[in-house]
Design a binder for this molecule. Structure first.
Ligand code: PEP
Ligand code: MN
Length: 349
């Protein structure tokens, strides 16, 4: 492949006609050189392709369309660089309080959707710990579709989560909704979650890029895989390389599940980025009965972890009730996942 080097980056590909002659290829190379760029020739089975390497303004100054032997010119848009697999072929492993996620380490993150009370959260944290999880999740600030729904206990919830961490030793993942809560959340959270609704909140992304906390970035329900990667680039560009990507279902015409779990996004992301990729089967399914099957699929497709919601009495939950696993079922659920993780020659981190 064509390498990039500082500002001298690959800008576009010139695809030659199938029957282009050698001197036509030479002519294109000469034109590139004249414009201060260079070309890398890749002879293909069907046609020769020339990679044009130079600085950014190159495409604007050079017109190659219509030149003899040139079939087409394709810009190479590299809208994300730091997160791309080319930049770092080795997979990133995220370490949090001695737990690992990525590579051989499968992250099992479980906990309440929302911190509703001290009792509910501590009971869930204990069940999550007993099941052998890697981390505890729990929302203090909740994004809700209706402004009249319960939107979380805020600061009080952060204190409850701190107590749950103290007791169980589990690192805590919690969502940041508003840059004005940055310090408050970063002080308590071990991992900062950016929710699906905020995947394209570029200001918020830049802000979490300035912290030293790992970020769990959820894919927007209508975002493409590349848009998710560009969102991650916003964070990494600010100096925070510890980003975990999360597929949590996208919006489609299908209404049998809450969202459509885009399972294919996992291997695609693993091709395009070195960052770890996890799956949220709870929000994708929308129904607890479907969560174990989607969680097993996540393991099998090569995800680096899952994030799952649980509650002592789901019927009484204030948020996402139908999709919450029962705390009483967490050990059996985790054992099943652990067995599948072992089949992949991985272990829970
Ligand atoms: C959540 O994790 O509780 C949540 C609100 O998820 P999402 O942002 O994926 O909807
Ligand atoms: Mn939820």
């Amino acid at each position: 492949m064509i390498e990039t080097n500082g500002a001298q980056e690959l800008q576009f590909l010139i695809v030659m006609d199938a029957e282009a002659a050698d001197d036509q290829v030479e002519d294109v190379l000469a034109r590139l050189a004249e414009a201060g760029a260079s070309g890398r020739v890749a002879p293909g089975r069907e046609s020769t392709v020339i990679g044009a390497i130079g600085d950014h303004g190159l495409l604007g100054t050079l017109s190659l369309d219509g030149i003899a032997g040139v079939d087409r010119v394709q810009p190479v848009s590299k809208p994300y660089k730091l997160v791309s697999r080319e930049t770092s072929p080795e997979s990133t492993v995220i370490q949090v309080r001695g737990r690992r996620l990525g590579g051989r380490h499968f992250g099992l993150i479980m906990g309440p959707c929302t911190v509703e009370s001290r009792e509910q959260t501590l009971a869930t944290a204990r069940a999550v710990h007993a099941a052998g999880s890697s981390m505890l999740r729990g929302g203090a600030f909740k994004p809700r579709s209706s402004p009249y729904s319960f939107r979380g206990l805020g600061t009080e919830a952060l204190e409850i989560l701190a107590e749950a961490r103290e007791e169980t030793g589990l690192p805590v993942v919690t969502e940041l909704l508003d840059p004005r809560h940055m310090e408050l959340v970063a002080e308590m959270a071990d991992v900062i979650q950016i929710g699906a609704r905020n995947m394209s909140n570029f200001l918020l992304l830049s802000e979490v890029g300035k912290t030293d906390r790992p970020v769990l970035l959820k894919r927007g329900p209508s975002a493409s895989v590349d848009e998710l990667l560009m969102a991650a680039e916003y964070i990494v560009k600010e100096g925070n390389p510890r980003v975990i990507l999360c597929e949590r279902g996208i919006r489609t015409f299908e209404s049998a599940t809450r969202f459509t779990l885009d399972i294919g996004a996992v291997p695609v992301l693993k091709e395009r980025t070195h960052l770890p990729v996890i799956i949220d089967p709870s929000h994708a399914a929308g129904r607890r009965e479907l969560v174990p099957a989607l969680a097993r699929a996540a393991v099998a497709v090569g995800a680096d972890g899952i994030i799952v919601e649980a509650h002592p009495q789901p019927e009484e939950a204030l948020c996402d009730a139908p999709q919450l696993l029962r705390n009483a079922d967490l050990i059996a659920f985790a054992d099943d996942i652990r067995a599948h993780v072992a089949l992949m020659d991985k272990e829970i981190g």
